[in-house]
Design a protein. Sequence first.
Lengths: 306, 271
Amino acid sequence: MKKYLITFSMMLVLILSFGSSALAMSKAEAQYQLSEDLQTLYYGNTAYYPVDTSELVLYWQELDQTVALSDTQRQTIKDVTLYADGQGVVIEATIQYTSGTRMITTYLRSDCFSDYQDVMSDEGYYEVDFGWPSNNIVTYDKSGYFGEKEKISGYILEWGDVYFVYKTNTSLSRGIGGLIVNDDEYYYLDFKENQTDSEHFYYEEKDLFGYRITDPELISRLDVAKAAYYSEDVGFLYDDNLSQSVSAVLLCVVFGLIPLGILITCLILMLRTKKTYKKIFATICILSVAELAVFTIVATIIAMSQ
Amino acid sequence: MLTKLLKYDFKAIFKYWWIAAISSIGLSVLGGGGLMLMNAEMDLPAVVSMTVISVLILVVLSFSVFVILSMILVIVRFYKNFFTDEGYLTFTLPVRRTQLLNSKLIAGGVVTVATYLICAIDVFILLFCGIGGENLFGFLGELFTSVTRTMEPFGLLFWLELLVLFAVWLVFSLLLPFCCVSFASVLTKKARVITAIGLYYGINTMISFLLQLFFFFGLSSLMDWLYSVPQGMAQPLVILILFGAILLVSVFCAVLYAVQYWMLDRKLNLA
């Protein structure tokens, strides 16, 4: 009797839990709706309107919810896929038409338009996120911090460390430029002024112009942030001095010590063997001597030019 | 006598190699056709698209399989000719040990170069069908001229050194498995193949680790150092560095050759 009671109770609990979760899911299954002119996207009582988000920094996630299409819309629209940024402020709708064409529109939540205006303007504070450790951010106001506009050399662009500069608020973020760090110098490169963007400015073939940061207070804050970046366990790997030292040691061992050891060993063996072995060891000795000579010349040239 | 040795080595290797080569070219032609189909912007059914993609994956895999197979044929020829019953006959021939070793190296080198040529033809066919002949030749021409211009006036010498470095590295890549097979035959009687594979894998892992260390630390430092030398010195320095690399790999090749010769001469174990 007790066995049957326990079994029946377990089954009842299972059925009830399935039923309630199905009910909960069905109740939570709110849907998006598009207006007939596709200029408004609705989700419950919240409206979204189209904006240009090409300059914004957005990380998309596909939404599980679907778009409820009206009968008129179903005649021309085959399917709508939705992506949202992490905060649900911006939604990208990919509308697949029955004709085979496709249209992508981004919508902004109606209560975030003031944030959008703020992030799209050039006024206000900019942020540089060094990325490591967490919250290693330097904030500054663009005006009055920079020197004259100058051409940024290819060497600095290629070998300097680049951190992106954002105009950001609680809802949205826009990449506006890059902070280039070359040893102790900081340069700010504005994307709009150079008609480029974060993806392409590395590969531009035209000359790029930026501003050297001259304000001592800002420079000291950037120095602190940079030091924090390099002080972490992983940061030392990006220290140029360390990498130069390690590579110098590595090259000396591979190009210097190992051939020297081989030379000495083969010299000794050459004196103790005859015929074919003697010829082989002699060849190895000649090659080792030549290699050591070339390595010495190269190392001397590099050392003298440092 | 060396030519006779080479003749039989080539015969033994090419007996199976040519089948793999023809298959590889055939698959690349098939893959090229598939790429042209996908580029034609037709509304292909899903089944056809999936089949074309599967063929392309197979084609790319076939390149690796072909290269590995060629290497296996060379090593198997080396092993069978020296370390199996066939070795009893090999070492009774009126030839020097160096000639025996050289014939394996030359045959292996020729087969490897032929394999890379076939792979280059395969890639060329795929790229030709994928991006078009004009774009492909344009890209290759641009790459060649930009590198030659950067290395002026040592442009041609730079390409020649790269070629020699490739040749020397090829010899090294042949001598290493030969030595591993010989070591394994000297060390063990029963588990020769496994021991040889283990030795080869271990040494290769070590070399890869060193190369990775170099690329992680050394490459950017090398570029910094090249930037710091006076104007006009960078190109001769690159030429010297390449020459040094050629000599270094040659030293390692010579050492491996000596070790291999010594094992064949003094440590052969055909029992």
